[in-house]
Write a protein that binds this ligand. Sequence first.
Ligand SMILES: [Zn+2]
Length: 248
Amino acid sequence: MIKLDRGECPKELTPEVCKELTKLFSENRDRDVWNSPKIKRPLKDALLEMSHGKCVYCECMLNEEAKDVTIDHFLPKSTAPDKVVEWENLVPACLRCNREKRDYEGKIVNPCKDRPKDYIALDSKNRYFLKGIDKTGIGEKTIRAVKLNDILRVMVPRMREWEEIHQRLAEISQDLEEEGYRPKYKNRLEVLMGKCIPDCSYAAVKASNMLDNDCYKHIKKYLMSEGKWTNKLKELEEEMRRIALQLV
Ligand SMILES: [Zn+2]
């Protein structure tokens, strides 16, 4: 989970439309008014832009096969029917996370308001297992409510993506040792870092692992000693630091 900036409310979701759809929902709670043709497309587009095209909870890429894009009501529509089409209450989620969370009423991390890294950390031994770290237990509740440690559906995909990067890092590190500096090694690192920034799937876990990885540290040190730690690489590292979770 990473911090997101909620953009502008789509212009189609005017106060009048909002009022009309909220009224329709109050009359019949089975109506999925948030999918009304009046707002459906612009609303989904705006939400996906906000989340970099990902589920706000598990960070899987949406719009991929078999991962339906759904609109999740952060405060459940069962308990907050007046917020059923309120821009501030809508987030894009994959079908799995939306179903797991369902009508959960406890306080959980709101990635549009809270910084997830203040509540959720990464297990330093397992590397893919999330842990709640705040005293109030909000991080732990979030992980449980959305099952963010679901082994098959969430942990394995994020492990697969990081392990792929991990292997490539080891290769670059070895190539640098054997052949010395070549621009292509810097470029290969840049590509890998570009896979651990906010617009990529499972970015929080990948960025945390990358920044703590020995091969990454070795390559960085090598490039710095050669004067090749470019502004682009610095920027990418900054982006990773912003979303990286603590290792605990
Ligand atoms: Zn999800």
